[in-house]
Design a protein. Sequence first.
Length: 198
Amino acid sequence: MIEEPAAIGRVTRSSTRGFVGAVRLPEPEIPVFGAFCLADAQRGQSAVIGLIYDISIEDDAFARQMATSEGLAPEQLADARFNRQVPVEFSALAVGFRLPGGFRYSLPPQPPLTMAPIHPLASAEIRSFTDRPEWIPLVLGAAEIPADDLLAASLRLAAEARPDAERLPFLVAAGRECARLLSHDLSRLDNLLRTLQA
């Protein structure tokens, strides 16, 4: 069995298209936009691979009250930011799933259950999952999310998970795949490639 990195949160709701997780600050590794993560499904028989596309920090009555106060002392700000547990919610788009025999690049047969732990994908698994470009169409075809920005961010993170010598060839191959998939929409392709280069 693959040893997962420490959990970054737990599933609060899910569907076959993705899942939402919650974590409380402070945490050593708050999720970042475009990061790869996974959550167990089918009683541990599979794990859904997701890309984090939205992160929101929830407020509460105390935070609103402090925000409208004048002249907050540095100690009060530090207490509010680091000592109090602030809820963070993040959403992940499903881009595949892992079975004991390897990865599948399609929507999962079942979503993760609520309270399932969500783990960041280890660098070795990011490399393995992104070696094939079949997950890219699931991102490009996602509606109502910043798909192009998400794809560019996740491609950069996938490149960073590789040795220096493999990064540029990986990004060039990914750019070619995007060009093939978006050959009918050159304006979108141009914007995506500019975002990826930024």
